[in-house]
Design a protein. Structure first.
Length: 249
């Protein structure tokens, strides 16, 4: 329980760290953002496979794992129908800004999209600790936390450009981190209460992470002309987590 709490605040706190870093930049350069986000995508991909999907196979069977992954992806797909895609909204620099209120509404939808995605990410971290496999849990939590830093940085610029006061920007951005803390505790509690759902829960959490990487992170890093750099960043991120998992495990 103590490790789950530490993980919850660490995962959520990583977003806040990204927010603070974001305040030092009026606008995060696409090249820098794509490199960091690509690295984070590789970490999340590795964490999903090594920390969630493989343990799910070990705890259950391949069909439970397959259904769980698909269910996790479908869950986020349905959530995406209610919110805009990350790579559609981060292009606020291409908007005319003729109607500030309209722009602000779009930015707030972007923030809500991140908050919705953070809930299953938090659940993924919590499920890992609920399984009592500490090494896998640390792999997942660390992967999510590292991904949250550039995510927090991305939140700041659109809000400031939309005319939101910096103090209010900080609290709005922190809200997305709090959602992840709540998700972590939900995931931990659900698995602790009903360990029979553990294989499905692990696979479900892995499916949500795979969906985020494929549907949000990779398209965002491949939309500004830095595709090759983003690809190598993803590979380096994957290898980083692979090596860390080897020594932690």
């Amino acid at each position: 329980m103590e490790l789950a709490l530490i993980s919850a605040f660490g995962v959520g706190g990583a977003t806040i760290i990204g927010v603070i870093i974001g305040f030092f930049f009026r606008k995060v350069p696409h090249k820098f953002n794509d490199a960091i986000l690509g690295f984070a995508a590789g970490i999340m991909l590795s964490a999903a496979i090594l920390g969630l999907i493989i343990p799910s196979l070990e705890e259950g069977n391949v069909w439970v794992t397959a259904v769980g992954i698909l269910a996790g992806a479908i869950f986020l797909n349905l959530a995406d129908k209610l919110t805009p895609h990350l790579h559609h909204i981060t292009g606020v620099d291409h908007e005319t800004h003729a109607d500030r209120q309209s722009n602000l509404n779009k930015v707030m939808l972007f923030v809500m999209a991140i908050a919705i995605h953070n809930l299953p990410e938090g659940i993924a971290a919590g499920v890992g600790f609920g399984s009592e496999n500490i090494s896998n849990a640390i792999t997942v939590a660390l992967g999510i936390a590292l991904q949250n830093i550039p995510e927090g940085m991305v939140i700041v610029s659109p809000l400031i450009m939309a005319g939101v006061a910096r103090k209010r920007v900080f609290f709005i951005a922190c809200f997305t981190g709090v959602v992840e803390i709540v998700g972590t505790m939900i995931g931990f509690g659900a698995v602790s209460i009903a360990t029979v759902i553990l294989p499905f829960a692990l696979a479900f959490a892995g499916g949500t992470m795979l969906y985020v990487v494929s549907d949000e992170m990779i398209p965002e890093t491949h939309s500004h002309g830095y595709e090759r750099m983003a690809t190598y960043s993803l590979i380096i991120g994957f290898l980083t987590m692979l090596i860390m998992d080897f020594y932690i495990g």
